[in-house]
Design a protein around this ligand. Structure first.
Ligand SMILES: Cc1cc2nc3c(=O)[nH]c(=O)nc-3n(C[C@H](O)[C@H](O)[C@H](O)COP(=O)(O)OP(=O)(O)OC[C@H]3O[C@@H](n4cnc5c(N)ncnc54)[C@H](O)[C@@H]3O)c2cc1C
Length: 400
């Protein structure tokens, strides 16, 4: 049972963790192996999280959300990911990349119309930034939006790698997608990006393909989305023209923190599995945990796990959702925790020998899933670049 500490700073956080842990054990854990093996997304399970109030965890209560903070968001991602990181990624794409973005950047009409549907699970949301030819280089996007005389917009382009982009095997697109598109250039000749809400049924919006054969995160759907003369009403422009960078920057911090929370769940579960196995398994007449080389895997994994947990929850306690300014640490936790999770899962596989290499024993799936966290939501290299840039601007951060 969890204790009150940096990761559970209040009674409410502790209760949330216990509730999600119990629910995960009962509903998420039993399906994880099958959905990974079959590359299927458990849509009904995600929808059912609406009843628990988790789909709109950070959205205001007046729109059907739970109005909780960054620590709460991190707790949910950690707990889900300890069982099924692929399912946790689908949850993240919906609740952090779509719902939170809309809750903090949408106008009253957009929030009143869409938030209750995505908080209940009636609609599934996604966020589309990446393209076939532009990922880290966000301003290199080519999807364009042109305004027509009646105020509506015409979107053209393709988005790639979109989690929840399709919600089933029939190519049904996400009910609503947060889309970034190029709308021209500003007065200094820089790319101007604007944000649109594209809804299922809008002319010209479809799924190009569901992407199969991923290394990990196979229990989440990843898709290419196509916008072919897609007509988007004027009311679906978010904020003002050219404001996407503002939306993106604020939301990315919570996204990176919760991706790090997912890494923590992976590290914790892998450590649990290797610790148990090292006691049960005997070789040469003793438990393998008596061997110095096995002790190195367990000891180093424990230290990494504890370090990532402290850094992640310290950052979560200091992050105010909807504001930017925590980039140094939201990049920092993701940079550190994602590789630490992969290393702990790798150590677990090594400790568990041949058993660690097969699905039934969990850790090979965690190892595959962990790798995505070094790429999605910002690559390791982009975090290194951001941190170095921020420390150039504010070197005092090191001694504060
Ligand atoms: C399973 C999965 C789910 C995803 N879900 C989503 C989603 O829901 N929505 C979404 O919009 N995107 C999503 N993505 C896309 C993901 O965010 C991108 O893959 C990621 O941002 C990297 O972009 P890229 O793949 O185009 O690689 P690139 O940006 O082309 O990078 C290739 C390599 O070059 C390096 N590189 C690039 N620029 C620099 C630089 N300036 N300095 C040093 N190195 C550099 C990168 O670090 C990387 O090592 C998902 C991806 C996957 C695989």
């Amino acid at each position: 049972m969890a204790n009150m500490d940096i990761a559970n700073p209040s009674e409410e956080h502790l209760m949330l963790r216990e509730m999600v842990r119990e629910w995960t054990k009962e509903y998420v854990e039993p399906q994880a192996l099958e959905y990974d093996r079959d590359e299927k997304f458990n849509l009904e399970l995600l929808r059912s999280m609406g009843e628990l109030g988790l789909l709109g965890i950070s959205a205001p209560e007046e729109y059907g959300g739970a109005g909780l903070d960054a620590v709460a968001c991190t707790i949910v991602h950690e707990e889900l990911s300890a069982s099924d990181p692929g399912f946790a990624l689908a949850y993240l794409a919906h609740s952090m990349l779509f719902v939170n973005n809309l809750a903090y950047n949408g106008n009253e009409e957009q929030k009143a119309r869409i938030l209750p549907k995505v908080c209940s699970g009636e609609w599934i949301g996604a966020m589309a930034m990446s393209e076939p030819d532009a990922g880290t280089d966000v301003l290199g996007l080519s999807t364009s939006a042109v305004q027509r005389d009646d105020g509506s917009w015409v979107l053209n382009g393709r988005k790639m790698w979109i989690t929840n982009g399709c919600i089933d095997e029939e190519g049904t697109p996400a009910d609503v997608v947060w889309v970034y598109a190029r709308t021209g250039e500003d007065e200094r000749g820089r790319v101007q990006m604007s944000t649109f809400l594209v809804e299922a049924g809008m002319q010209g919006y479809s799924v190009g393909q569901k992407i199969y054969d991923k290394t990990g995160m196979r229990a989440s759907n990843t898709a290419e989305l196509v916008f072919d003369d897609c007509i988007v009403p004027a009311a679906n422009l978010v904020g003002d023209v050219g404001e996407s960078l503002l939306h993106m920057m604020g939301n990315l911090e919570l996204e990176r923190l919760t991706l790090a929370g997912m890494a923590l769940g992976i590290g914790r579960r892998a450590l649990e599995e290797m610790n148990r196995y090292a006691t049960d398994r005997t070789a040469f007449g003793s438990s393998i945990r008596d061997f110095g080389q096995i002790q190195r895997y367990i000891g180093e994994s424990w230290a990494k796990y504890r370090a990532m947990r402290s850094y992640i929850y310290d950052t979560a306690n200091n992050l105010t959702i909807g504001t930017s300014g925590q980039r140094l640490d939201s990049d920092g936790v993701k940079l550190f925790a994602t590789t630490a999770a992969k290393e702990i899962a790798d150590a677990a596989m090594q400790v568990m020998g041949g058993y660690g290499y097969v699905g039934e024993y969990h850790v090979e799936r965690l190892w595959r899933d962990a790798k995505l966290l070094e790429i999605g939501g910002g690559t390791l290299e982009s975090h290194q670049k951001n941190i170095t840039r921020d420390l150039f601007k504010d070197g005092d951060a090191i001694i504060r």
